[in-house]
Design a protein around this ligand. Sequence first.
Ligand SMILES: Cc1cc2nc3c(=O)[nH]c(=O)nc-3n(C[C@H](O)[C@H](O)[C@H](O)COP(=O)(O)OP(=O)(O)OC[C@H]3O[C@@H](n4cnc5c(N)ncnc54)[C@H](O)[C@@H]3O)c2cc1C
Ligand code: SF4
Length: 485
Amino acid sequence: MADPRGFLKVRQRETQPRRPVPVRIMDWKEVYEAQEKGVLKAQAGRCMDCGVPFCHQGCPLGNLIPEWNDLTWRDKGEEAIERLHATNNFPEWTGRLCPAPCEASCVLGINQPAVTIKQVEVSIIDEAFENGWVNPLPPTRLTGKTVAVVGSGPAGLAVAQQLTRVGHTVAVYERDDKIGGLLRYGIPDFKMEKEQVDRRVEQMKAEGTRFRTGVAVGTDVTWEQLRRRYDAVVVATGATVPRDLPIPGRDFEGVHFAMDYLVPANRVVAGETVENQIHAKGKHVVILGGGDTGADCLGTAHRHGAASVTTLAIGKQPPADRAGHQPWPTFPTLFEMASAHEEGGERTYLASTVEFVGENGKLTGVKVAETEFVDGKRLPKAGTDRIIPADLVFLSLGFTGAEPAGITEQVSAEFDGRGNVTRDGYYMTNTEGIFVAGDAGRGQSLIVWAIAEGRACAAAVDNFLMGSTILPAPVAPTDRAITVL
Ligand SMILES: Cc1cc2nc3c(=O)[nH]c(=O)nc-3n(C[C@H](O)[C@H](O)[C@H](O)COP(=O)(O)OP(=O)(O)OC[C@H]3O[C@@H](n4cnc5c(N)ncnc54)[C@H](O)[C@@H]3O)c2cc1C
Ligand code: SF4
């Protein structure tokens, strides 16, 4: 174990410093600065190497957290990355973007601040890239089997990397011009710069994975054609259908889905020219919804030079500490201070949006009322209406599921009542040989779940193709675990 008295000597939790707000909102670079090595080691040394490490369970990937905390404390970076890669294909993504459910279940967290697990994770992989310890791992032999993976987000890429490494010939189909899914054009650079995606794609190409961009499966090529051409097909198309708010004034110019704002903004940061880009410079912006998407709109609007930004959430402000019904080691709902929230803007809770108001077809404001709870329903309280001036509204109210994309008509794969592609306990849809992983099957979720599902789905596909598999399967979509032979 790391320092046996580490958690007694170092009682304070120290995370990565962030660049000063006035400096960082002038650019699109990541908001973080590297953590000083000595501080990082001392923090890793707080890990108690518990007999029952609940953090393993908290992490959907089952990351071997105490092992790499120990190796970090001992300055054995090359061994640490080997242990980290054993369970996680892309720790530079989770280390930057994961909400770290592992830390919520850290045993030290019972009576002290939790170990900075996510911080240690990102430092291990960043050091590994710097030192050239991340190399392609091509297969030693080919199986002669072929797999098409549709969608190049974290789920699709995890499936593809696992299956390529065991010798299958894998092609990733992506309708966008670049690989990465939401990591590429959804999540802004100030949370993760795109170099982090590019270098993994290079690694995967060197391992033998093939990439076909600019191909929308369902229209450019049918699912049925793909199924005939390949031995197996994996649907990893994400959950991209946005939830709308069909209230009066929805059609006013200035009311947009969040992704219609974020995607072009990310393209411009990548150096592209975008016609008619929605831009927040000098505008009063209202964001409906307080999740990751809302926070990304907030950080983007500040970098665009918005006059004001207000985030409205219909529910109550979450507590700063665990509520009684969410005891350790569960992942609690807490008041979150993302980097974008540090940069300014107003956050209003218990705000029900009643109407968009405007003139001559253009948005001028948002009518909101206080939320009241009646028979468990959230309703606008009569007589509490007020108007917030707004030139732009971004709807970041979540996503209702995967796009149909012709999959039911072309290969009879079905959707469930929640808008997700149906699958069995082995990630297979109701059409033999067609699998589903990530948000397309579980609904809009997290990167760590997408990678975990991608790894497990790869094990299921390998088992389907070969009759057995050596690939690990961290999670099952239902309570039926995958048999690893
Ligand atoms: C704005 C935003 C911010 C987020 N921030 C975070 C965060 O900070 N931390 C976190 O853990 N999670 C975050 N998430 C959630 C996370 O990004 C997703 O859970 C994750 O990307 C899901 O991965 P996926 O591979 O299943 O799908 P996606 O990443 O959505 O990728 C699906 C890919 O499939 C492609 N595709 C779709 N249909 C077709 C088709 N017919 N043919 C070919 N290609 C197709 C799409 O173009 C896309 O590239 C965020 C989500 C959003 C929207
Ligand atoms: S992937 Fe997320 S949950 Fe797992 S160890 Fe990293 S930060 Fe924790």
